[in-house]
Design a protein around this ligand. Structure first.
Ligand code: SF4
Ligand code: SF4
Length: 447
């Protein structure tokens, strides 16, 4: 068979065969890691994407043979630990992804290694379990009085040092505040607008709010509802749902991912079958339903139904605009917006819909930055990775300040966690400038 380099054909993502015994076989995993690491060594395109590739190439270059056979198998985990499953290497760089016969899926081999590591247990498992239980943390922290205490101590250097020493959460890293009033119980009920379907869009929207919007920044959720209401799109906020499972996936805890899937998918599939478009305001959660769960549970028809109904909010809004069903009665110019495209949105392959939407607001100049922010969910707050996460984010931080029109009025990322990481990286330069694109849309409408 001839081996042709290039990605002219659309990549085919194969399901993750995690229910088979081979998936969990460590010798088979080691052989697969050796195979793909050797291909990457000969290619090296991804060297600037994250710290996984430089770690791999340093191990090879410093080995006795200068080849992958000189690297101890026990060092492979050092590469795996640096991967936060952003998927960017697979979807934007790699010419050897399927259908190429080399069948290279770097992130999914990292996921397999993480899953095997997770099953075996690790010294950081308690910390990792706490950080990835976003739903449970939110429920605890938003109990009245507790929320005040949690927010206060999170700003106390002595407490943060203790947290770093005992839990491994970097004392300098930004950690989210908890909202006094979570989103779900306070979301406004939709007005009884008529359902108007367009050629590209369904006329009613179900909002899967996400843990972060529910417990940390509910204002973004309220802004989404305002934008929908202003455009006379009837909506409902899905109430009985849990975390999407992305933080557990990043840990390799696939059983927890399945548990969460079993909670979320039945109500979401019922909505999908009833003709609702489902949107989530955090790209990682959207990606979980669009890509990761369908690949983990390829036979589950409910999962596939949710995948078909799931949209990024700006993907929906731009298509609504193309249907001629979105208002353009903007009353506020946004000025200079530096816009960061989150990795988990880039890999959804929907184009730059947020940029398109913001740029359609009169008096708005959008400067787009596609570099990784380095935050990567819970990865960037861990003590052992925090400095690396800032280093990875540095080119993005710098480029976001370089709006061609001068100092930006706003810095916006589809992923608000990335936005807050950018805020940490830029310090005073980002003061009062970080705003989610949905908040900017609500502002542009004067809502
Ligand atoms: S998935 Fe992201 S973090 Fe992992 S190796 Fe690829 S680019 Fe790096
Ligand atoms: S993942 Fe693909 S593009 Fe990236 S270094 Fe490896 S072979 Fe090259």
């Amino acid at each position: 068979m001839s081996v042709r380099e290039g990605s002219l054909e659309a990549p085919t993502r194969h399901p993750v065969a995690w229910k088979t015994p081979d998936f969990w076989n460590e010798l088979l995993l080691e052989a697969e890691l050796e195979r793909i690491f050797d291909i990457c060594h000969g290619c090296r395109r991804c060297v600037s994407l994250c710290n996984a590739f430089p770690t791999l190439f340093d191990l090879i270059d410093e080995s006795s043979t200068g080849e992958i056979d000189g690297v101890a198998k026990s060092d492979y985990a050092k590469v795996v630990d640096q991967c936060y499953l952003c998927d960017v290497c697979y979807l934007t760089k790699c010419p050897y992804v399927p259908p190429h016969p080399w069948n290279l899926d770097f992130p999914h081999v990292m996921l397999r290694a993480k899953a095997i590591q997770f099953k075996k247990g690790s010294p950081t498992e308690f910390r990792d379990g706490v950080l990835s239980s976003t739903d449970r943390n939110g429920k605890l922290a938003t109990i009245p009085v507790v929320v005040e205490i949690v927010n206060k101590v999170n700003h106390m250097p002595a407490f943060r040092k203790q947290l770093e020493n005992h839990l491994g959460v970097d004392a300098q890293a930004w950690v989210p505040e908890f909202a006094r009033k979570p989103f779900l119980p306070n979301a406004k009920v939709s007005a009884p607008h008529p359902v108007i379907d367009g050629g590209r869009t369904k006329g009613k929207v179900a909002v899967y709010s996400t843990c972060y919007i529910n417990y940390n920044e509910p204002g973004i959720g309220h802004d989404l509802l305002k934008v929908l209401d202003h455009n006379k799109i009837p909506y409902q906020v899905v109430q009985k749902v849990a975390c999407c499972g992305m933080p557990k996936l990043e840990l390799g805890d696939l059983d927890a991912v399945e548990e969460l899937k079993n909670k979320n998918i039945p109500p979401l599939a019922a909505l999908a079958r009833d003709g609702w478009t489902i949107v989530t305001p955090i790209p990682s959660c959207t990606l979980m339903f669009k890509q990761e769960l369908p690949l983990l549970f390829p036979e589950d028809q409910d999962v596939q139904a949710v995948k078909q109904a799931m949209r990024d909010p700006f993907e929906y809004l731009v298509n609504r605009q193309k249907d001629g069903l979105l208002k353009t009665d903007y009353s506020v110019e946004l000025g200079k917006v530096s816009y960061h495209v989150a990795c988990h949105l880039r890999v959804q392959n929907v184009g730059q819909k947020t940029r398109e939407m913001l740029a359609s607001v009169p008096g708005t100049q959008v400067h787009t930055v596609e570099r990784c922010s380095g935050h990567a969910g819970t990865w960037g707050v861990k003590k052992e990775f925090h400095q690396t996460s800032l280093k990875i984010g540095r080119p993005a931080f710098r480029q976001l300040t370089e709006h061609p029109g001068g100092s930006p009025d706003w810095i916006a990322s589809d992923c608000q966690l990335a936005g807050r990481h950018i805020e940490e990286g830029l310090g005073d330069k980002a003061k009062d400038k970080i705003a989610h694109p949905l908040t900017l849309m609500a502002r542009a409408y004067g809502l």
